[in-house]
Write a protein that binds this ligand. Structure first.
Ligand SMILES: [Fe+2]
Ligand SMILES: [Fe+2]
Length: 316
């Protein structure tokens, strides 16, 4: 459990340095909890090496030789390229949070864990020949050379964004695993998803602490980040095509985003509808974001009703 630190006067603006300083004890406790909970694992022990063979230099990828659906393939490609973009995530997080004290300890540990994800997913894909490895490598070069990562405008925004993104990544990895035809692939994706869950818990609870320290500033950050949220991977070639295939395959879509991210985080964990003593600007931000989530909920209901409705004979 977190122990409370003295909260700032909630009606006065808290700048980024103050917020970082006040959040430091929370971050220390959350890092300790993470280190106690995280389980050591080894990428090389999860990869089915016996299925592997050498690649010819001019070998072309044959999608029919793989059992993977196009949706699963796109999900793995986007998942892996996002993990590959790690140097830029590290750069962005270090620039914002600094490299010292608990912030540096956390971001270095987080980087080491994320690096493990790209190692295991790439080895699995290469060994099982599930993906066009040349396309993957070319896309990695484009993406990492481009260096595009989301850049939230402050500490509270950064924490809120990563809390949502880690949960979105956990959901996406877990659902991708369900589409894989072999137990090794399923185990890899659920192992990686378990790590993402711990990352999510760190940032989710750090955001809860930020709501105690600076409720108004954090609510404004939640409003901005919820309304602007985009999954990482925007710099990936053919991102829109892959995102569509992923949504069609049920790996990550609007409904999941509403039901498994927005509703639990905003209402169950952060309870932003119950917060008191907000500034007038934060009250407006809260109204705006609640209205936004409500609107998404209505769209999701309409989509579900359309799917459930019997189709007229002519349409069939
Ligand atoms: Fe990861
Ligand atoms: Fe993560």
């Amino acid at each position: 459990m977190l122990t409370a630190v003295a909260a700032s006067d909630t009606l006065h603006p808290v700048d980024d340095d103050q917020l970082l300083g006040e959040l430091e004890p929370y971050a220390t406790q959350l890092l300790e909890r993470h280190l106690e909970t995280a389980r050591e694992w080894f990428p090389h022990e999860m990869v089915p090496w016996s299925q592997g063979r050498d690649f010819a230099e001019d070998e072309t990828f044959d999608p029919d030789a793989s059992e993977l659906s196009p949706g699963a393939r796109s999900a793995l490609l986007l998942n892996l390229l996002t993990e590959d973009n790690l140097p830029h995530y590290y750069r962005s997080i270090s620039a914002r949070f600094g490299c010292d004290d608990v912030w540096g300890q956390w971001s270095r540990r987080w980087t080491a864990e994320e690096g493990r994800h790209s190692i295991v997913i790439r080895d699995y894909l290469a060994v099982t020949r599930s993906i066009d490895m040349r396309e993957l490598e070319r896309s990695r070069m484009v993406q990492v050379s481009g260096g595009v990562v989301p850049d939230p405008p402050g500490i509270a925004d950064g924490i809120v964004y990563v809390a949502m993104q880690e949960l979105a990544t956990r959901i996406s990895h877990r659902n991708t695993g369900k589409l894989l035809p072999d137990e090794c692939g399923q185990a890899i994706m659920s192992r990686v998803a378990a790590d993402e869950n711990l990352h999510h818990l760190f940032y989710r609870d750090l955001a809860s602490a930020a709501l105690e320290v600076d409720p108004s500033g954090t609510v404004e950050a939640i409003d901005r980040q919820v309304r602007d949220f985009a999954m990482p991977g925007v710099g990936v070639p053919d991102f829109d095509k892959h995102a569509r295939l992923i949504a069609d395959a049920g790996v990550y879509d609007f409904t999941l985003h509403h039901d498994q991210i927005l509703v639990p985080m905003l209402f169950r964990h952060w309870r932003i509808d119950k917060l008191k003593n907000l500034t007038a600007t934060a009250e407006q931000a809260r109204d705006r974001v609640l209205h936004h989530v409500e609107r998404i909920g209505r769209v999701v209901q309409r989509m579900q009703a359309r799917v459930a409705a019997p189709r007229p004979a002519a349409a069939v």
